[in-house]
Design a protein. Structure first.
Length: 689
């Protein structure tokens, strides 16, 4: 890239004047411009990609849509993506759908990419949508919390496409997506995105530069504090205000969280300044630019967690080729990356990983079945042999995790439909927890196969839930309510199915009546109005059954959670807590409890704490939140059992039941919640503090 262009891009935030200057410095030849855009994508230079793309498109320069396949993840704003993508050249829908399938990005940007693809198909393909658009939308809908902007955007997409299966998946997360009250809002959102896609790019560029406030971190001075009348440290002999003051003021504008370094300097070589917290919060394109050889060894587990979660599989394979795979820690990271390699069916990455860890040897049986199947992908005989061996093992194994991996490996490979049948055969025999997990994978496989989201095996799992724990007693109130709701919904679905069968019988009878007047050449014209009405009723009835089945799936999950909560509660009541080993948890604590005479404080929760409590037993989450409320209020009894940690004496620990621990700090005005963890993770969590 031209140094003058790079200096301009990193000077300040984008505005009209800067976009015009960048446009003037872009190569005049379209091929050279294409190569420049490709360079920014290949180097994951998000700022350069955005600035060059916006300036070029605003200036009516030709930019190929193929850059969106990897470049979409570099765009942080969904509106910008919609506006830019619609004006690029080539098959925009193909590359946007590929981006959501093959890269990890901000969820709202991913939803915007699918909306932009749908709008482009409406305008350029006469409304014929990309075949993978709805399956990708369904897969995206299953990710993340309920009622985020992403889900509302996908609900608007479902209305735009009039797709009942996507509606059903969203409705399973929250019933509001199926309400008539929300429908006008969703249609308004869909209409707004049509407007955004057709809007001129220049209309979205601000008139004046805006320097965003630094948030989320402490900013350190890029130059030391020097008095204006002091001698300039450069050694010129002049006063500071008459020498380097103006230059240093400009440098201060670009201060970073590293003392003495500007943002550009830190970005140029970020590895020495990484921390465990920072490496887990930087975006994917910055993770991809890291040099694994410059990262501190203690941070490597976090690095591999991020490259795996962001599907940066090429970068992960390159990292293992540089580091090897000799230590136990690297082998755990290798197993983690292998899982995502199976998920994306990347044979080239699997072969590179194999060469690093096992050289020219065949993979042992301890390697995931899905990984071994992927390596045999191009050898049908070996592929079939591996599946037969695994199927034999599944007939005798009692290890629920192994059985789940068996079915999951087949579903993720070249035979997802066969994998669904394998999963169905296992669900009656494995634990309810493993069965629920496997059912979730079946639903994802059905998304990829473009099948209706509800699988019939869910009814079998539903019956299993009704067999094991009695719902008598006051402690089973939630369980009884969940079971009643599910039974009522099952009855409703059965009535609808009976009505559907009756409609189909009526259609067959009406077809016989209309048969003498119909002709093979014009069957539709010969149909009576009564027959057409019956067909429309069948269509609406099918849609209604799909909706009820998704509601039933949601109620089924609620019932499973109620069972788990009741089991946990009864286990705590019937089994005394196991005594703590004196050399284990007690060795990490200081003697004596905290003084219960405390003032009222506000509660400060960590990022994603809702995700933490949502994955714990409901009773544990309720107890922890109730206790935090009492601690914040200064209730003296709430501090009973609260003790300080030896390693970090400002951190307190309190028990939540027998198996969970709440860690927090008492600040002057806040109760700072650190984490809610299983007690076996306490030592590891302390080490991280």
């Amino acid at each position: 890239m031209d140094p003058n262009l790079r200096a301009l891009i990193y000077e300040r935030s984008l505005y009209v004047g800067l976009a015009e200057q960048i446009l003037a410095l872009l190569p005049a030849d379209d091929e050279a411009l294409d190569a420049l855009v490709a360079e920014t994508v290949a180097t994951n230079d998000a700022r350069a990609f955005n600035y060059i793309l916006i300036s070029a498109v605003a200036g009516s320069r030709r930019v190929d849509a193929r850059h969106l396949a990897k470049g979409t993840a570099l765009i942080a704003n969904g509106d910008w993506l919609c506006c830019l993508a619609w004006k690029m050249h080539g098959d925009v829908a193909e590359h946007l759908v590929a981006a959501t399938r093959d890269t990890v990005m901000n969820l709202e940007v991913a939803a915007a990419a699918l909306i932009a693809a749908a709008v482009w198909c409406i305008d350029h393909r006469d409304g014929v949508q990309h075949p993978d658009l709805v399956p990708q939308a369904r897969a995206l809908a299953r990710i993340g919390n309920v009622l985020r902007n992403k889900d509302s955007m996908l609900a608007a997409l479902a209305e735009m496409l009039d797709d009942n299966d996507l509606r059903a998946v969203l409705r399973a997360k929250h019933r509001a997506f199926g309400s008539a009250k929300m429908l006008p809002t969703l249609r308004s959102v869909a209409k707004a995105y049509f407007t955004v896609c057709h809007a001129p790019v220049a209309a979205l560029i601000v008139e004046r530069p805006y320097e965003a406030a630094n948030t989320g971190t402490h900013i350190r001075r890029a130059v030391p504090r020097i008095g204006r009348n002091e001698p300039c440290p450069c050694g010129s002999g002049k006063k500071y205000k008459r020498c380097c003051f103006d230059k240093d003021q400009e440098r201060l504008r670009h201060s970073s969280d590293v003392p003495g370094k500007t943002k550009a300097e830190v970005m140029e070589e970020p590895e020495p300044y990484l921390t465990a917290k920072k490496i887990q919060t930087i975006p994917a394109y910055e993770v991809a630019r890291l040099d694994v050889l410059k990262i501190a060894p203690k941070l490597l587990p976090y690095y591999f967690k991020m490259v795996g979660g962001h599907l940066l599989l090429d970068e992960a394979a390159t990292a293992f080729e540089k580091l090897g795979c000799e230590t136990e820690e690297l082998q755990r990271a290798w197993n983690f990356i292998a899982f995502f390699t199976i998920k994306k069916q990347r044979l080239d990455i699997a072969q590179r990983l194999m060469k690093v860890r096992y050289k020219d040897e065949p993979p042992p049986d301890t390697v995931r079945l899905g990984f071994r199947l992927l390596l045999a992908k191009e050898d049908p005989a070996r592929y079939l042999e591996l599946m037969e061996e695994a199927a034999k093992g599944a007939l005798t194994s009692k290890d629920g995790e192994w059985l789940v991996n068996f079915a999951h490996g087949i579903m993720m490979g070249s035979t997802p439909a066969l994998g669904i049948h394998c999963a169905r055969s296992l669900i009656p025999f494995i634990s309810k927890k493993d069965a629920t997990l496997l059912l979730g994978e079946v639903e994802k496989a059905r998304d990829r196969l473009k099948l209706p989201p509800e699988d019939p095996v869910a009814e079998l799992l539903e019956r299993r839930f009704a067999e094991e724990i009695a719902d008598g007693g006051k402690d089973a109130e939630e369980l009884r309510k969940a079971r009643e709701r599910l039974n009522a919904k099952a009855t409703e679905v059965n009535h609808l199915k009976e009505s559907l069968e009756q409609l189909r019988r009526n259609i067959r009878l009406q077809e016989k009546k209309d048969a003498p007047t119909s002709t093979p050449q014009q069957p539709n014209a010969a149909e009576s109005q009564e027959l057409r009405d019956l067909r429309e009723k069948v269509r609406l009835m099918k849609s209604s059954i799909n909706e009820r089945n998704q509601e039933r799936a949601t109620l089924r999950r609620e019932l499973g959670q109620a069972y788990a909560d009741l089991q946990s509660l009864r286990a705590e009541q019937s089994t005394p807590a196991a005594p703590e080993a004196p050399d284990a948890e007690d060795a990490l604590l200081l003697p004596g409890e905290v003084d219960g005479n405390q003032p009222p404080r506000l509660i400060e929760f960590p990022h994603k704490f809702h995700d933490t409590i949502s994955h714990l037993p409901r009773q544990v989450s309720r107890t922890a939140l109730a206790l935090l409320g009492r601690i914040a209020a200064g209730d003296p009894t709430a501090f009973t059992g609260a003790v300080r940690l030896k390693g970090t004496q400002d951190v307190l620990r309190v028990r939540i039941g027998a198996d969970h621990r709440l860690l927090f700090r008492l600040l002057p005005e806040h109760v700072q919640v650190i984490d809610l963890i299983n007690r076996r993770d306490l030592e590891r969590c302390i080490a991280g503090l």
